[in-house]
Design a protein around this ligand. Structure first.
Ligand code: MD3
Ligand code: FE
Length: 206
């Protein structure tokens, strides 16, 4: 079992939701996902500047970003193949934690190597903001920052450790958030180090 810590209205942290064996099984599933849908480097719309984070997806829809914009699509941007299915353990976590009666459609897999980070942003490419976003952290600890629904508001910092789950719903669904940095050497889960973050999302209105 796991504690449930509401760190802000609508933001719930479940430290250690996945125990070590479940984390290892998830990593094994994600290696299969990455075989079918190789990590790609997303780029900023307009400028084409590459993200430092590498990405892939599983589930019916995947989030992609390139010079033309951000969007969800059913196929990999480089291979054109359908995204592989979402591991059952993730669908189970959604059922347990999301408090939402329809399954997630997209699981974005973010891979952070040592220096990677993600600037403050909102997730607003979905049509359904009634569903929460559920995040799962694996590997080295990430320093996560979450603020208000307006840019420039106060922010707070939370360390996300391997196995933690975090859900963002209701008033927090459109909160600004990002990853300041990864703390190297904080987990033995990934032999080469780094951090994987999974975000499960409902995209369309059911
Ligand atoms: C708050 N990922 O993929 S997960 C992203 O650790 C993203 O890779 C970060 O932000 C990561 O978009 C943070 C936590 C998270 C995910 C979705 C949210 C926080 C959120 C959506 C709304 C508000
Ligand atoms: Fe985000």
């Amino acid at each position: 079992m796991s504690n449930r810590i509401e760190i802000a209205p609508g933001v719930v942290h479940y430290p250690g939701w996945f125990e070590r064996a479940a984390q290892e099984a998830l990593v094994a599933s994600l290696r299969e996902v990455a075989k079918a849908a190789p990590l790609f480097t997303p780029r900023m719309p307009r400028t084409g500047q590459p993200f430092s984070v590498k990405m892939t997806n599983c589930g019916a829809l995947g989030w992609v970003s390139d010079i033309n914009g951000y969007r969800y699509q059913p196929t990999h941007p480089d291979t054109g193949a359908a995204w592989p299915p979402m591991p059952l353990a993730l669908l189970d976590a959604w059922q347990s934690l999301a408090a939402y009666p329809h399954p997630p459609e997209a699981c974005l897999v973010n891979f952070y190597d040592g220096p990677a980070k993600m600037g403050l942003h909102q997730d607003r490419d979905e049509q359904d903001f009634d569903a929460p976003v559920l995040s799962v952290s694996l590997g080295d600890t990430g320093v996560f920052r979450v603020g208000a629904t307006t840019r420039g508001g106060p922010t707070r910092s939370v360390k996300l450790q391997s196995g933690d789950a975090l859900s963002f719903g209701g008033p927090a669904r459109l909160a600004f958030h990002g990853i300041d940095r990864i703390i190297p050497g904080t987990s033995t889960l990934l032999p080469q180090g780094g951090r994987i973050n999974l975000t499960l999302r409902r995209v369309t209105r059911p």
